[in-house]
Ligand binder design. Structure first.
Ligand SMILES: Cc1cc2nc3c(=O)[nH]c(=O)nc-3n(C[C@H](O)[C@H](O)[C@H](O)COP(=O)(O)O)c2cc1C
Ligand code: SF4
Ligand code: SF4
Length: 367
């Protein structure tokens, strides 16, 4: 059986799946349910001193495995998390990452009590890039005090970053210099908009935050950008829905993989299903350990662009005759004869690769 275990900032996890912060981690009972379903770690809903009051409605399906939301932070006050929810999780089967934000003053106020209440790690989150470093400083100060006071093991601090931040790599560099132990990348992206064409009203009545499948390429880019420049553990988060997406996130440099939209849309059974498929995928591809795949794509990102024309291979028995490869060629370079003979006009072909990437069976390949 392939080894799915990962080491996230000293937290030894049996598998890479982290339930990212959101409504599925809204209280102690919900967090327990996520561990029971297979999540190795759970990030709490973001805790701030007062509870938020969310607009109604505030979450909508946006199609294709994506969501829009206008949800704020936790609708439970910090005092309830510290006095009731976190202590109720003291005896637990998984790692507990406590999300806290959104300002340096709030982190300074809450980090100590949240660690004392049982956090295995802190995840700091803010909408403002300029808050990141002071939040890390405030959290590290609290960690140092708690560690000395309890003669305990130090609690790692992760900074959650937004793909909206223009100098993301610079912010991560400064956060690591300030003592951040890891990075969570990324938060939901926005503002974004969908309009209900039957009513003419914006979905959720406002600009909103986008998560799920639609943001995965941006999440992957962000993870890779961070990992190309920093040797720091990253919880790759954003649009992960299938076992292959977990592998892709690891290959982009992630150490562990977060998800919220997929388990929210598909139910907590998503964790067990994804772990089973991940094991099968690794076994089928001859990999003994998931962690060995970490960062596999990064070296390729350092290579220059190629100017060598593609060489095509066609596996006729695997071809269904769907003609997708023919339809998508803007230069009408590709032909499929009624007898399933594939040809390409090399004078017209620009080696763009689109035909190969739309083939549903792998009958058409390129190298
Ligand atoms: C409804 C909803 C609420 C969320 N609330 C929070 C939150 O309170 N704090 C936070 O850091 N991220 C929050 N997120 C962002 C997720 O943790 C995650 O970073 C983002 O959705 C991308 O991952 P996904 O595509 O797997 O959902 C929320 C996401 C959703 C969909
Ligand atoms: S590689 Fe691009 S240009 Fe060439 S046949 Fe395929 S789709 Fe057409
Ligand atoms: S897309 Fe693939 S399966 Fe469909 S016709 Fe082309 S080679 Fe055959």
């Amino acid at each position: 059986m392939p080894d799915l275990g990962v080491n996230l900032c000293g937290l030894i996890l049996p598998n890479p799946l982290v339930l990212a912060s959101g409504p599925l981690s809204w209280n102690a009972g919900a967090i327990r349910a996520a561990w029971a379903a297979g999540a190795a770690a759970v990030v709490t809903k973001t805790i701030r001193p007062p509870a938020t009051t969310n607009p109604m409605p505030h979450i909508a399906a946006a199609g294709g495995g994506s969501l829009l939301n206008t949800e704020g932070w936790s609708d439970l006050p910090a005092a309830q998390w510290i006095d009731r929810e976190l202590p109720a999780l003291r005896d637990r089967p998984g790692a507990l990452i406590v999300s806290v934000g959104h300002t340096p003053a709030e982190v300074a106020l809450l980090a100590g009590p949240l660690i004392a209440a049982g956090a295995d790690a802190l995840e700091l989150v803010s909408y403002r890039a300029e808050d990141a470093v002071p939040m890390v400083e405030a959290a590290k100060e609290a960690v140092a005090k708690e560690t000395v006071a309890k003669a305990a093991v130090s609690v790692p601090v992760l900074i959650k970053v937004s793909a909206n931040w223009p100098d993301l790599v610079g912010v991560v560099r400064a956060c690591v210099a300030a003592g951040a132990d890891g990075v969570t990348a990324i938060d939901s992206i926005g503002p974004a908009l969908r309009v209900d064409v039957e009513t003419g009203r914006p979905l959720l009545g406002a600009f909103a935050w986008l998560s799920g499948v639609a943001i995965r390429p941006i999440a992957l880019r962000t993870v890779a950008e961070v990992c190309l420049r920093h040797d720091v553990p990253v919880v790759g988060t954003g649009g992960v829905g299938r076992a292959e997406d977990v592998v892709e996130m690891m290959m982009a440099g992630a150490t562990a993989v977060g998800a919220h939209t997929a388990p929210l849309l598909q139910g907590l059974g998503w964790f067990g299903k994804t772990l089973g498929r991940l094991e099968s995928w690794l076994a089928d591809h001859g990999h003994a350990s998931l962690a060995d795949l970490r960062g596999k794509a990064l070296a390729h990102l350092r290579e220059p662009a190629s100017s060598v024309p593609l060489a095509f291979a066609f596996d006729a028995p695997a071809c269904t005759g769907c003609e997708r490869c023919v339809t998508v060629c803007a230069y009408a370079a590709r032909r499929l004869s009624p007898g399933r003979e594939m040809s390409v006009d090399r004078a017209l072909c620009r080696s763009c690769s689109l035909c190969v990437t739309v083939c549903p069976t792998g009958a058409l390949r390129a190298s």
